[in-house]
Design a protein around this ligand. Structure first.
Ligand code: ZN
Length: 289
């Protein structure tokens, strides 16, 4: 059986063909331009296959509420030609098969939960710390959504006493993404994260914000594991700083799993997202059946 997967990012699209085990058989990558141009390439790729279902993980914000009039749409994104684009509608009008639909971070979370660092665990939280910050939770193999998808990157954090930075989020003062995403490093220091000394104090600032967020996720969700992905997490000692500060914050209030098991990096590499799309397609196929 063949399944399709789309990892729709703000700068590039990855489309893949895979099997019922979630293994990728073939893939193509092309830049995200306009819906007309980009979807033409999507169709060119998938038209030659007989697929059982396709899973999409899209940049957002997107409408994931099945009872909404605009389910399947990309919402008010800064990528203007994609704002209010009916992505699932376009796919459904071309392919009369089940279409799974979620965010790019949620399909990465699904992938890590099923095949990666969270394999075998009941409840998995995945947070990506990169150009933006976003999180997804998977419980019993299902992506957690409600009226919408979570916006875990936008919880409020308290400033580090020595960090005078005002934040980059246009919507919130002192939200996690605005204070700790990759672009905040360059905005503070006029240098990119990978050029900065691992001992620079900026990493303590980022750890301070991330640990606050992880504390909140811990008391709200009690996931079995928190997986920290994204380019910023590859920097120096950030992960160990986050773990240390999280342990201090939790103190003994909640008995979390051993910290090195509780907070860690993803186990899957660059295929995380596109594999998650395949897993979502398989789930959608089994659901519709
Ligand atoms: Zn925000």
């Amino acid at each position: 059986m063949s399944f399709g997967s789309i990892e729709a990012g703000g700068t590039k699209f990855v489309c893949a063909l895979g099997d019922e085990d979630g293994q990728i058989v073939k893939r193509v990558t092309f830049p995200t331009t306009t819906p007309d141009e980009t979807m033409k390439q999507v169709f060119e790729f998938f038209d030659s296959y007989h697929l059982k279902a396709i899973g999409i993980g899209s940049f957002g914000p997107i409408d994931v509420n099945p009872s909404s009039q605009t389910y399947g749409y990309i919402k008010n994104t800064p990528k203007r030609s994609w704002a209010h684009y009916n992505f699932v509608g376009a796919m459904k009008s071309r392919y009369e098969i089940p279409i799974g639909w979620s965010t790019d971070v949620n399909i990465a979370a699904l992938s890590e939960a099923m095949n990666g660092a969270g394999a075998g665990l009941k409840s998995v939280l995945y947070l990506t710390v990169g150009t933006g910050i976003g999180g997804g939770a998977v419980v019993d193999g299902r992506i957690l959504e409600g009226f919408s998808h979570p916006e875990m990157g936008h919880i409020k954090v308290e400033s580090h006493p020595r960090d005078g930075f005002q934040g980059l989020c246009p919507f919130h003062h002192n939200c996690l993404e605005g204070m700790a995403a990759g672009p905040t490093i360059e905005a503070r220091l006029k240098q990119k994260g990978n050029e900065i000394d691992p001992n620079h104090e900026v990493w303590s600032f980022l750890a301070h914000y991330l640990a606050q967020a992880l504390y909140a996720y811990t008391v709200v969700l009690s996931s079995d594991i928190i997986i920290l992905g994204g380019g910023v997490m590859k920097s120096g000692q950030l992960l160990s700083k986050v773990k240390k500060e999280l342990v201090e914050r939790i103190a003994d209030y909640v008995e979390i799993p051993p910290i090195d098991k509780y907070v860690g990096l993803p186990a899957l590499g660059d295929d995380t997202g596109i594999t998650g799309g395949l897993l979502l397609a398989i789930q959608e196929y089994e659901k519709v059946g």
